[in-house]
Design a protein around this ligand. Sequence first.
Ligand SMILES: [Zn+2]
Ligand SMILES: [Zn+2]
Length: 420
Amino acid sequence: MADAYEQLLRKIQAGLQQKMAGEQAAGEQEESLLIRATGVLDAIMEEFQEQRTDLERVQYVSQMSEIQTFSLKENYAQKSAEDATNYEKVYDMLVPNEASANKALDVIKKCLLKTPPEDTLALATRYMKRGWTYLLLEQFDNAKVDAMKSLSFKCPDEQMWNAYEILGHCYAMSKEYKEAEAQFLKALEYLRKSNISNEVKAATTVRIMSVFKTVKGKKQKKASSAAAEKPATRHVPQLSYGVNKRFPSASSAVNFVRSPMVGRCALAQRDIKPGDILIIDEPYVTMMNADVCGSHCYNCFSYCPCPIPCSSCAKVSYCSDSCYAASWEKQHKMECKVLNHLMDPEIGKVALLVFRALVMVSWSKLQKLKEKLLTVIDEEKCEAPNLVAEEVSTDYGNTDTPLSSTKVSTAILLFYIYSF
Ligand SMILES: [Zn+2]
Ligand SMILES: [Zn+2]
């Protein structure tokens, strides 16, 4: 059994890799021929490094024909009913064996990522299957979340009896016997109406009845006040030495000035001790590393055991429908279909961040800001030799991004500003 599973999984993964390699090769050939050809990128970077000011960098980049004719072609991890079905076959081999439940969980998550959004019955069934796996693993809260998600697709109840059974078990475990009883009754009713074989019906009825009898009429424990838990609040530290009057996100212990020697910089207004909090601010844009896209929410970054995949791509997932909606509206609808470009390690880790900075600011806002930005850039131009170091250390400090790629990102951003 284990061998057959490994073999089938390897086959599917090899197939997927081959497919991805084929798609990528076809798309990339014409697009990156010039920029990635050996030596060409080095030459461009060398010339780029010689530019002394932001204005020169913008001018250098904007005269490149590749930039002038640049357009992002669709390139993203696509849904595939076929791949999803193959993953489901592997899943079906792994359950109800409890020993392989963790593997089954991993496979059904991949299956859900690949399932096309229009196939609602498949989605509902697969969420239910993930819920069943959590039940095997005795993770009842997660099982409940998935069973409810499965029912939210409003598929025919005769096909969803299993989701009601999961809920019954979950409520029974949390000693909410009334709810458990109601869910088991629904499971039995819809199981009767379902078109599965009589043998399976009989066996399943016995299984449900054995638990149902233990909860029927049992006195429910009173919900403790602890059950009405408050939502977890995130600890936000306080600024040391009070709020700065000019910069509300900063402590009054620092001031920001523009110096002819070092450019824009922060100056201490008093002695500062190790551990003092000097700035607290919401990030303007954020991004998540590609390698945790399947396990963490793409919006709030929290770990999610019951990920809800994006309906459009097979790359990112969310902890809840509300996180999905917020992310889609704010950014993801603009980046979903070009995400493979933006997360391509070849173009540096900050590409997605730069893209989001552009998307967030909006075209009309940029037009309004143009005059102001040009003045700032003009002032900084005079301080160019010092500005370079300052710009990198304040804007992108502590990242392992190569200096050249940081400057390219800045230059592309400025190119947009200059080009309308
Ligand atoms: Zn979230
Ligand atoms: Zn997407």
